[in-house]
Design a protein around this ligand. Structure first.
Ligand code: AR6
Length: 181
């Protein structure tokens, strides 16, 4: 499904982010940048050791922030490793930290002059953030970024399950009908 916001494209697709051709794909990483399961495991497996070598040099990334590395063998040019919060019931700053993880990723993309970026649904797997709550935070962070000056022309949300994809499409439709041209 494709939407337009502030003259830029917002796409929602159902699939595997390691296959997406974009200037950057975002990883749902942990603070130690150590790799792991879920989308993190898939990205390191498909991209090869060059990504972990750069992660080791960087060392750590606090929750709510992001760092950028090579994408190794992936079709993307860069991987932006964003660290979302672990869900602890919702009163420990989780919404703000999740928004900050998206905002930092978008800012890094802009600083590198990138035109396209693809996001997975950060924190909604192993970290337990409810998808219905995470989805509007992700979409609003992207729309707010696109409303300003940015190099980005295309933002892609990549959902691994059909249910998550449908939630995103419905939310994007609702949020976009309210605000963007
Ligand atoms: N492409 C797109 N989305 C995917 C893919 C894929 N190939 N694989 C899984 N997802 P998770 P988190 C979706 O657990 O909750 C890791 O071990 C998945 O369906 O990957 O932020 C890290 O090292 C879910 O909707 O990330 C951290 O320790 C979404 O990606 C921790 O898990 C996020 O699920 C981070 O947990």
């Amino acid at each position: 499904m494709e939407f337009e916001a502030y003259g830029r494209k917002v796409e929602v697709i159902h699939g595997d982010i390691t296959k997406v051709e974009a200037d950057a794909i975002v990883n749902a990483a942990n603070e130690g940048l150590r790799g792991g399961g879920g989308v993190d495991g898939a990205i390191h497996r498909a991209g090869g050791g060059a990504i972990m070598a750069e992660c080791r040099k960087i060392g750590r990334c606090p929750t709510g922030s992001a760092v950028i590395t090579t994408a190794g063998r992936l079709p993307a040019r860069y991987v932006i490793h964003a660290v979302g919060p672990i869900w602890r019931g919702g009163n420990s700053g989780e919404p703000e930290l999740l928004r900050s993880a998206y905002e930092t990723s978008l800012r890094l993309a802009k600083e590198h002059g990138l035109k396209s970026i693809a996001f997975p649904s950060i924190s909604t797997g192993a970290y337990g953030f409810p998808l219905e709550k995470a989805c509007p935070i992700a979409i609003k962070a992207v729309l707010d970024h696109l409303a300003g000056k940015t190099s980005l022309e295309r933002v892609i949300f990549v959902l691994f399950t059909k249910d998550d994809y449908e939630t995103y499409v419905n939310q994007a439709r609702d949020l976009l009908s309210g605000r963007a041209s």
